[in-house]
Every structure is written in structure tokens, then in C-alpha cells.
Design a protein. Sequence first.
Length: 144
Amino acid sequence: MMTAAQHAAATSADTAAANPAASNSVEYAYLRAVPRVELGEAVNVGVLVYCQARDFLACATWLDPERVRGLDPDADIDGLAAALGAIAKICRGGTQAGPAGEISLGQRFRWLTAPRSAVLQPGPVHLGLCCEPEETLRRLSHGS
């Protein structure tokens, strides 16, 4: 009997073998609002997707103030929204993103997913295969 991890690996390998375009590796991490860091409770508020082969870095964000306030009634919703906006700018790159917008896509993804003790935190980085990173971003953020 296969474990879930073995099944996922086999499915990914079969997809890549059947469709060579699906062999683009993709990395992604969810963004979490952690309004009370000392408690560690979190609400997903976005996702980052990076595909080196397609020169792709983008994010999708969704901020549900009521869910965040469910963890902390005094949560700084405007601060979270501003931080999510800054992440979107960094993903797009360019001078409006400051110095972080000038580094490579891979460096930006690593910087955005570095662990930190803040109200907005990246989750663990996950790996997968994709044909189109835009579709992966849409699929991962579809539950928003």
C-alpha cells in the first residue's frame, strides 16, 4: 500500500511523463496573518507562487477582516492590508518595490518566504509540477 506522499510523487511523475510541459517545477507558500504571534494562531491571507523555468513570481491575496478579528478583535487590518500590498509590489518588481524589486525572482521568493516573527508570516514552501504557473496560482487561491 502506498503512503500519501508516495502517491503524490507517483502522480507528479506520471503527469510529467505524459505531458512534458508539466515538468516545470513550481514552489509556493501560503501567507498567514498571525495577529497574536505569542499564540501562533493563523488565518491564510494569500499565496506566493514561483516558477523559475517560466520566469514567474506572483501572489494572490485575500484578507477577510472578520476571520482575522476572530483571532484578535484588535488586529491591525489596515497594517495587514498594507503589508500584503507591499508583497504584491515586490512580486511585480521594479523601482516601486524598492531594493527588493531589483533582485532576481528567485531571490525575491526566498526573501518573501524567509521565516519571521511578525503579524504576517509565510508558511512552509511546498514543491510541485505545473504546466502553467498562472493556473497554479489561480487553483491555490481558488478557496479564497
